[in-house]
Design a protein around this ligand. Structure first.
Ligand code: BDR
Ligand code: CA
Length: 311
């Protein structure tokens, strides 16, 4: 099995991804680390606890950064994920306690405990990862890989014409993360926004697994409304599950290698700019870290894998 830490801002597609990881026999989730993003960090942490309780998973849940690396408090995505982050379904408050460690501390501790074994899966803004890098500069050597949901290399953004939400939410932290010397695999809107899931997707999950799939189905109502506005048929996207699916079956994806930098300029904030190797002589690029960007996904096989795993 593959050890992962899931860094998340739950969030509806976060919930779907977390349950997918919990259910996958190939994945061992060491803990959930939370960050502000879709919702404020206090809510993200409580939501993550709720998801663990629903799934009967007794693992550490940590609270992380509450604000961007630079600049004022973020605006949240309640209009996508509901006031509670779960589509306003009145889910009960969790009973358990958060782990006393911060998200960044937990990441560093686990990476030292299992050197070279952990894939860090980041599906929210990247402040925890940037902070962990500052706490432990050797972190890139201690982690096996970083798989993240974020960015848009070859397609438009979803917050601005050029920026995807997770990267836009903390562009300075993202630039730190993209510059670090680890094996970084980026699953951005290039693949996650490529094709919607079939209209009955969440129903099938609910039939397969009434508790976890049922939760995803109920919470997705609000989220699907958002994604379906102005569309002829109802449609929905589950961005955050993609970087986990890659761990289970890399053959689902095509990736291309190059350099990625994140714009921190106000107009282009959060843009993930991709350069193929050697395409520029500027030291800004020739010194940039090498990154794999997912460009293609086998959507039918991916969809089937999610459904099968929700058994
Ligand atoms: C990303 O932003 C969040 O709203 C989702 O949970 C996902 O991580 C998609 O742009
Ligand atoms: Ca997310």
């Amino acid at each position: 099995t593959h050890k992962i830490i899931l860094d998340t801002d739950p969030g509806i597609d976060d919930a779907m991804a977390i349950f997918f990881a919990f259910q996958s026999p190939d994945i061992e989730v060491l803990g959930l680390t939370t960050v502000y993003g879709n919702v404020p960090v206090t809510m993200a942490a409580q939501n993550a606890l709720s998801l663990c309780e629903l799934a009967n998973m007794d693992i550490p849940v940590c609270k992380g950064v509450a604000m961007p690396w630079v600049g004022p408090e973020s605006t949240y995505a309640h209009f996508v994920h509901g006031d509670d982050g779960f589509g306003n379904i009145n889910h009960p408050a969790p009973k358990g306690q958060l782990d006393p460690r911060s998200s960044a501390e937990f990441i560093v501790e686990m990476a030292r405990k299992y050197p070279g074994e952990i894939t860090l899966v980041a599906v929210g803004p990247l402040g925890n990862l940037a902070l962990a890098l500052r706490l432990e500069p050797e972190l890139p050597k201690l982690l096996k890989a970083v798989n993240l949901m974020g960015g848009a290399a070859f397609v438009p953004g979803n917050v601005t014409p050029v920026a995807e939400a997770n990267i836009w939410n903390d562009a300075y932290a993202a630039e730190i993360v993209f510059a670090a010397d680890w094996k970084l695999n980026m699953f951005g809107l290039d693949v996650t926004y490529d094709l919607p899931f079939p209209p009955n997707f969440t129903q099938v999950l609910a039939e397969k697994n009434p508790t976890l799939g049922g939760f995803v189905e109920r919470s997705s109502e609000f989220y699907t409304d958002f994604y379906s506005e102005g569309k002829e048929t109802r449609q929905c996207f589950f961005h955050d599950a993609f970087p986990i699916a890659y761990i289970v079956d890399p053959s689902l994806f095509e990736l291309t290698e190059g350099n990625v930098r994140v714009s921190t300029d106000s107009l282009n904030k959060g843009q993930t700019i991709f350069a193929p190797y050697g395409s520029t002589a500027s030291p800004d690029w020739t010194n940039a870290a090498s990154i794999n960007v997912a460009t293609k996904v086998d959507h039918p096989r991916l969809t089937q894998m999610f459904i099968d795993t929700y058994a």
